[in-house]
Design a protein around this ligand. Structure first.
Ligand code: HEC
Length: 455
């Protein structure tokens, strides 16, 4: 894959905000100035003619030159932004000026309009949230009742909160600590109990869909890794799964609690049966450390991501690959399914926040700058601009955290509803309570902050 030059200052936010850029008015003049000598009516290097709209759409000897709505996947855009001089168009020349590249990007993203009278070639996407059929669970919402007493050792300095989860049925938050998990009442923020995790650092915490089981995955770096399932009411350990040689960095429990997926530095996703602890599938398509794993709430799909920006969708039970979602250029830090299983959100160190349509793997909403850092005056270097966490709530809303130290709540259509500053420290984890009312963030200084969605 060709690497891309990035122009962070020029990237606009949501694709929807892009102005209408057309071939006739904006793009043809750029092609005439830089490309038509070799890709025009007279000469057509690589069989590519950029001199008229129809032949641009037709493409050249290689792939299609442009894909409506997908600049990053378009050969032409890759050709003008290639970092390698020998791969970049026009050959043996300086790259196109950044504003022209940005116009071409907007033209492709905006759906390849020929003139202002033309329609976008990107089909309108329905991103609306339709709640899944209400799950009918018996009994009251599961809360801790009789946990064994356990006092975690006092540390000089609290650890960063690298794992956190909200119960999908009860006012309950689980927060990772040193070799333990704290269970906190989401209404009062009082600690209800502590679960010991002598296996090591908890790197991932997930509730089962019925809220009765807590999955904790982690271990000791370059020593051991595993997944433990706990009963939420009694705190009893139900089972231990996996016997890895490195800490589990990503894991999830399937909605029917039959399967556990886990991954880490081994680059392989392993799916285990919870009943007998046996390895069921090994998924081997990732080229880097596995950073996140999540089953769709309908139990049909498993999404996995890696440190190089790769995301794959798998058939959760059969183990076959369904789709590869290529857009991120840096580590994917977060994956979250919307409760209707129609959208998967991904956030990464490249600053991208994407809502993927799970049906065909189309980036239905792309935010190129979800957590834009504030540039200190007099500083011109590259600023870290990552999305660190993303978690859907019950009504299709998404809560994210980023390197700009903001926690942000997004509506189902991808617009920002609210921003909260976490001035003291970098927010690493976000969770929305089962009723959508409580917004939680765990930060690098070990603190859990709380906001209400209502005010
Ligand atoms: C000096 C001649 C020249 C100019 C100017 C030029 N190209 Fe090319 N282009 C080529 C040649 C030669 C190839 C085929 C060689 C290769 O594949 O690397 C090519 C290949 C391509 C391809 C790949 C086509 C395919 O189907 O494989 C794209 C896309 C492309 N050029 C876009 C552009 C754009 C956009 C511009 C203007 C910004 C441009 N080129 C300017 C000579 C040129």
């Amino acid at each position: 894959m060709r690497s891309l030059l990035l122009f962070p200052l020029l990237l606009t936010s949501a694709a929807a905000a892009d102005a209408v850029v057309t071939y006739d008015e904006h793009i043809k003049p750029i092609f005439r100035e830089h490309c038509l000598k070799c890709h025009g009516e007279d000469e057509q290097k690589a069989d590519l003619n950029l001199a008229n709209f129809t032949s641009v759409l037709k493409g050249g000897s290689g792939d299609k030159a442009v894909i409506a709505g997908r600049a990053s996947q378009s050969l032409l855009f890759q050709a003008i932004t290639a970092e390698d001089d020998s791969e970049r168009m026009p050959p043996k020349k300086a790259p196109l000026p950044a504003p022209q590249i940005e116009l071409i990007r907007q033209w492709i993203q905006g759906g390849l309009r020929e003139s202002s009278a033309s329609k976008s070639l990107v089909a309108e996407r329905d991103t609306s949230f339709k709640p899944a059929a209400t799950l009918n669970f018996d009994g009251p919402p599961p809360m801790p009742e009789s946990l064994p007493t356990f006092t975690p050792p006092k540390l000089k300095r609290p650890l960063p909160i690298i794992a956190m989860a909200a119960s999908p049925r009860a006012p309950l938050i689980a927060v990772a600590g040193h070799e333990h998990v704290r269970l906190v009442d989401a209404n009062t923020q009082k600690e209800l109990g502590v679960l010991a995790f002598p296996e090591g650092q908890p790197n991932v915490i997930r509730f089962s869909l019925d809220g009765r089981v807590l999955m904790v995955a982690g271990g000791k770096p370059v020593q051991s890794g595993s997944v433990v399932l706990f009963d939420i009411k009694t705190g009893k350990r139900l089972t231990t799964i996996g016997d890895e040689t490195d800490a589990a960095l990503a894991a999830d429990l399937s909605p029917d609690q039959q399967l556990v997926a886990l991954g880490g530095s081994g680059k392989v996703v392993k799916i285990y049966n919870t009943a007998d602890g046996k390895l069921r599938h090994k998924l081997t398509k990732h080229t880097d450390w596995i950073t996140a794993l999540t089953f769709s709430p309908d139990g049909k799909k498993l999404a996995s991501s890696d440190r190089a920006g790769g995301i794959h969708l798998w058939d959760a039970t059969g183990g076959g690959i369904l789709l590869s979602l290529a857009e991120h250029k840096a580590a994917v830090r977060a994956l979250s399914w919307r409760s209707d299983s129609r959208m998967l959100a991904s956030g990464g160190e490249d600053g991208l926040l994407i809502w993927w349509d799970a049906k065909d793997g189309w980036p239905a909403i792309t935010n190129t700058n979800a957590h834009p850092p504030v540039r200190p005056t007099g500083y011109y270097g590259k600023l870290p601009n990552g999305v660190l966490s993303a978690a859907f709530g019950p009504n299709g809303e998404l809560l994210t955290a980023g390197r700009d130290k903001q926690v942000r709540l997004w509506a189902a259509n991808g617009s920002v509803l609210k921003s909260f500053a976490n001035e003291t420290s970098l927010p690493l984890q976000t969770s929305i309570t089962f009723d959508g009312k409580g917004l939680f963030a765990g930060d690098a200084a070990g603190a859990v902050r709380y906001w209400t969605a209502a005010n």
